[in-house]
Design a protein around this ligand. Structure first.
Ligand code: ATP
Length: 368
């Protein structure tokens, strides 16, 4: 088995590149920008997630890389070679879609070997490479079954084997887990990461699920309305969302209007309604006056401390490990608080939030 694995890794090495570079890649449909000047350099071996809500241009970006959609502007480069003018089969990238797209009447082995057969690869070589790919996705025991005899997760693994068997330097995946149930989705995340590492190739993975992007990617590209909003490691995008929109998308559920009263670099002093004072961290250049804060429910702590303010619990929803509270405070909107401490409606509590987790943004109308 080790031999077949190393054969695949060597295969990926054979087609390897140093960088895939997207230079101001744009795609319009009927005059509207589905993708606007996407510039991104993907290093060999990187796992990139394209993340954003429905319609933000993720699939358009992926299809432009695959060669399934011609660009209306910009260029794509594999090291020194311009590739956006090449048809999909000349690019040689592997693709995995949401709806597996397997041939129902062909066995697992024949599904996986289909692309090699089309490329005129000799039968013995097909057998060897199909065995190696099935070994990587751990489906050797199912080689002779039909797709209909497999679970959804197994079928998606056949689709992945079919993509990696051509030894692509880059694998493009479009929401490959969205047809699977929640438990299987989580199992398949680490499975896809494992396969990515075993292959030694690069992966671009489209998803609208921020947990999936954070768990899987080396770098996350956050998109909105066809435009890249932020590129960073999962930790950067999660802890330091570049805009209020990204913060909301990352689970910063408390978004409140405040006034900025004092600023010393990143550290800022804020005033909420009824004179409530908060220390926060500026995420954007700010001027005095109107501003917005974003705080995650799990970063507000019950207790005394710096940045403390009083509140009354209005609702307490039990979630197993913790409670989700809605708390009436000096702020006009109810505050969401996620806590392991027991609390009940009517309880008077003190809340605190560390200043570096109270993120401060310009008011929305000033955002690009
Ligand atoms: P989803 O997660 O729903 O697939 P997405 O982020 O992948 O969304 P795209 O499918 O890339 O988004 O679509 C981006 C925009 O381009 C959308 O406004 C969509 O309506 C539009 N669009 C995509 N394909 C076409 C097409 N073939 N013709 C016209 N408009 C299109």
């Amino acid at each position: 088995m080790a031999d077949t694995h190393s054969a695949l890794v060597q295969g990926a090495g054979k087609n390897a590149f140093k960088q895939l570079r997207l230079d101001a890649v744009s795609r319009q449909f009927g005059g509207a920008n589905a993708l606007d000047k996407l510039s991104l350099t993907i290093e060999r071996g990187e796992f990139i997630a394209l993340l954003g809500p429905s319609g933000c241009g993720k699939s358009t970006a992926l299809n432009c890389m695959a060669g399934l959609l011609p660009l209306t502007g910009g260029s794509i480069w594999l090291d020194e070679q311009r590739i956006d003018t090449l048809p999909p089969e000349k690019r040689g990238f592997g693709m995995v879609f949401q709806n597996y797209a397997l041939f129902p009447h062909l066995s697992v082995s024949r599904n996986v070997g289909f692309g090699l057969k089309m490329r005129g690869v000799a039968a013995g070589e097909i057998d060897r490479r199909v065995a190696a790919a099935l070994d990587t996705v751990q489906l050797q025991a199912h080689a002779h079954k039909l797709p209909g005899q497999l679970s959804g997760g197994q079928q998606q693994r056949v689709a992945i084997a079919r993509a990696i068997v051509i030894e692509p330097p880059l694998i493009l995946m479009d929401e490959p887990l969205s047809n699977l149930d929640a438990k299987l989705r989580i199992e398949m995340r680490s499975e896809i990461r494992r396969i990515h590492r075993a292959q030694g190739c690069s992966t671009v993975y489209v998803t609208h699920d921020q947990d999936e992007a954070l768990a899987m990617a080396d770098r996350v590209v956050v998109m909105k309305l066809g435009v890249v909003q932020q590129v960073g490691t999962p930790q950067q995008v999660f802890a330091r969302p570049a805009t209020l929109d990204i913060a909301r998308f990352m689970g910063y559920r408390n978004v409140l209007p405040v006034r900025l009263v004092q600023s010393s670099g990143v550290g800022v002093t804020l005033e909420g309604p009824h004179g409530v004072r908060l220390e926060g961290s500026a995420m954007q250049p700010l001027t005095s006056g109107a501003a917005m804060v974003a705080i995650r429910p799990d970063e507000i702590v019950i207790g005394e401390g710096p940045n403390a303010f009083a509140g009354t619990v209005e609702t307490a929803e039990y979630g197993g490990r913790e409670w989700l509270l809605q708390v009436r405070t000096a702020f006009d909107d109810l505050l969401f608080v996620r806590t392991a401490q027991v609390a009940a409606p009517g309880d008077r509590i003190m809340l605190t939030a560390p200043a570096d987790r109270v993120l401060v943004y310009a008011p929305e109308r000033q955002e690009a």
